[in-house]
Design a protein around this ligand. Structure first.
Ligand code: NAP
Length: 244
């Protein structure tokens, strides 16, 4: 018997990076994890790794900003035996650079993938969690959701929106037993924003968090005792000063 036996979790953006490690960790803790992202092949690789380790997982490809795709993923998860009461809103993109040079499309893409997706998945899960009398929603925001950084203003706006949504939802949903957590990591060692603002060579020698460390924070929030909730977790590597 492990911590999350009998529970079903949806993890968005689960094909690589933080989402991948979160899916692997939650499955190791006993949850059946429903992984979603746009690319089927990458999802299948993670599912195979989880199953090879004795865990339970399934993949449903989809765009987290699309209402019809979100409905499809949630319907799949509802059909999995167990208690669907964990949602990790992790899918996200960063298109960095000076705001004056940003296209309308790039601004809208970030808002859609980083914010609209959180709205869509959370809205779909709330009635399910209310019926169960509780559950966990973890939103992967960023320190960019608590501070501002030159060259990341539009991205930062999406993450402030995620933190704002999380804080409001905590007030709305905690009386119903539903715990909402915003996890705000500093730089993480993934390929996030590579080719859309981050030059891999520039971060090669910078200390960044391991995606597994962020996954541990997410799991820590989910595994709180019944009478406690973590509303915000800010995670820095030791070498970095805080920005708040
Ligand atoms: P990553 O390695 O680039 O992974 C992003 C994941 O999101 C992938 O699985 C990707 O898969 C998925 N995704 C992207 N667009 C999607 C869409 N429209 N629909 C569904 N899935 C989509 O990034 P990461 O570093 O793990 O970042 C995960 C989250 O942490 C993001 O919200 C990011 O903003 C946040 N964050 C990252 C850092 C950092 O320094 N890396 C720091 C703080 C916060 P597909 O491309 O196949 O869809």
């Amino acid at each position: 018997m492990t911590e999350l036996d009998g529970r079903v979790a949806i993890v968005t953006g689960a094909s690589r990076g933080i989402g991948r490690e979160t899916a692997i960790l939650l499955a190791a803790q006993g949850a059946h994890v429903v992984l979603t992202a746009r690319k089927q092949a990458e999802l299948d690789d993670v599912v195979a790794k989880i199953q090879a380790a004795g865990g339970a997982a399934s993949a449903v490809p989809g765009d987290a900003s699309s209402p019809t795709d979100v409905t499809r993923v949630v319907e799949h998860a509802r059909a999995v035996p167990g208690r669907l009461d964990i949602l990790v809103n992790n899918a996200g993109v960063g298109i960095l650079g000076p705001l004056a040079a940003m296209s309308v499309e790039d601004f809208d893409t970030q808002m859609a993938i980083n914010v609209r997706s959180v709205f869509l998945y959370t809205r779909a899960l709330i009635p399910i969690l209310e019926k169960l009398g509780g559950g966990n929603i973890v939103n992967v925001a960023s320190i960019s959701g608590l501070a501002g950084f030159a060259g990341a203003s539009a991205y930062s706006a999406t993450k402030w929106a995620t933190v704002g949504l999380s804080r409001g939802l905590d007030k709305e949903l905690s009386p119903k037993g539903i715990k909402v957590t915003a996890v705000c990591p500093a730089g993480v060692d993934t390929t996030w924003a590579f080719n859309t603002g981050i030059d891999p060579a520039e971060v090669a020698n910078v200390e960044r968090l391991k995606p597994q460390t962020v996954a541990e924070s997410i799991a820590f929030a989910i595994n709180q005792p019944a009478n406690a909730r973590l509303t915000e977790l800010v995670v820095y590597p030791m070498s970095e000063n805080g920005h708040q």
